[in-house]
Design a protein around this ligand. Structure first.
Ligand code: PLP
Length: 351
């Protein structure tokens, strides 16, 4: 789990590479050119051609009718929940998922919509039984269960298409709507070789981040049917998220979808390489999924190890017991090897 406080503190140490998150990437020269050259208009009037183009592309990619550009994944997810639930309603969600854990309780604060967190397994997955059991009877004591909120990937772990289909199918059968926080859904698609839309047959709304592994500086896109996207547009306005000549930002998303999707496989390969190298260092416990590696050192070494690795020129999050290392556009296999050496040199030091 990310440790945001420590992440900020690690900033000064970056000399070689930043492994805190895939959000730290800087726009490449090609992306900056596309942003500068973008044809723009006032998007509040629906007149920004580049925003419209990005929205059309994401609608096609996800196999949905319509899509809407947002400044962040938090705003996109929040608008999705508020567009499908009202005050006194409840949504079911994995207990570690971003919408519940890392979005400042927005659905409750701003919508009067209560989350009902459900434990997930080691792969970050919910079970159909747990979802069934969590749905409330029609009784004035209970909130009205309205939505199932899924996530893919979950801390890098791919949620298989069959599982999403089953969970979402069950939710629909029982009268719920289904949102999927797909901040890193493209990593799941690339890792499994399946089209993005294949994960979404039974999903009503999906949010994709342009600003994670895809390398754009900002932006998320929500997709769904035309009716729900119209409601999300109103929610975005309420949240202060209507923007004007943002084709410059949408252009980064279009560029990212064209140039930075297939290369996510490189991030997965680098993460495997990193995990392999760290596993060879005896006292470390290592897991890896898509572009993320989680390293658990013996507790007595944790703080000194983090300090040591940072002193070697790396920004890493100091999560405890496991620290998360994330591969992205701005780290290559050489940086990975140097990071492995930095971990290795800690355990090589004389006591
Ligand atoms: C990053 C992320 C989001 C959105 O975060 P923003 O910082 O608001 O763009 C949503 N869900 C998951 C799983 C994420 O990792």
């Amino acid at each position: 789990m990310a440790d945001y406080e420590q992440m900020a503190g690690a900033q000064a140490a970056v000399a070689i590479a930043d492994f805190r998150s895939d959000t730290v990437t800087r726009a490449t020269p090609g992306m900056r050119e596309a942003m500068a050259a973008a044809d723009v208009g006032d998007d509040v009037y629906g007149e920004d051609p580049t925003v419209l183009r990005l929205q059309e592309r994401v609608a096609a990619l996800t196999g949905k009718e319509a899509a809407l550009f947002f400044s962040s994944g938090t705003q996109s997810n929040l608008s999705a929940v508020l567009s499908q639930c009202g005050r006194g309603d409840e949504y079911l969600i994995g207990s570690g998922y971003h919408v519940f854990r890392h979005e400042a309780g927005g659905t409750s604060v701003l919508g009067g919509v209560v989350p009902f967190p459900i434990e997930v397994d080691a792969n970050g997955s919910l079970t159909v039984d747990a979802v069934r059991q969590a749905i409330k009877a029609d009784d004035p004591h209970y909130p009205v269960t309205r939505l199932l909120s899924l996530e893919n990937t979950v801390s890098g772990s791919v949620q298989p298409r069959a599982l999403i289909d089953e969970l979402a199918g069950t939710a629909h059968e029982l009268g719920l709507r289904v949102h999927l926080d797909g901040a890193r859904l493209l990593n799941a698609a690339v890792a499994t070789g399946q089209p993005v839309a294949a994960f979404l047959d039974n999903v009503d709304t999906v949010s994709l981040c342009m600003s994670k592994g895809l390398g754009a500086p900002v932006g998320s896109v929500l997709a769904g049917d035309a009716e729900v996207i119209a409601r999300a547009l109103r929610m975005r306005k309420i949240l202060g998220g209507a923007m004007r000549q943002v084709g410059h930002l949408a252009a980064a998303g279009i560029y990212a979808l064209k140039h930075n999707v297939e290369r996510l496989a490189d991030d997965h390969t680098n993460a495997e390489r990193l995990a392999g190298g760290l596993r060879a260092i005896d006292p470390l416990e290592v897991t890896q999924a898509t572009n993320m590696v989680f390293v658990t050192p013996p507790p007595e070494h944790h703080d000194r190890l983090v300090k040591h690795v940072r002193s070697q020129g790396f920004a890493i999050s100091g999560g405890s017991p496991a620290m998360r290392l994330v591969c992205h556009l701005d780290v290559d296999s050489q940086a990975v090897d140097l990071l492995i050496s930095a971990f290795d040199s800690y355990f090589d030091q004389p006591d």
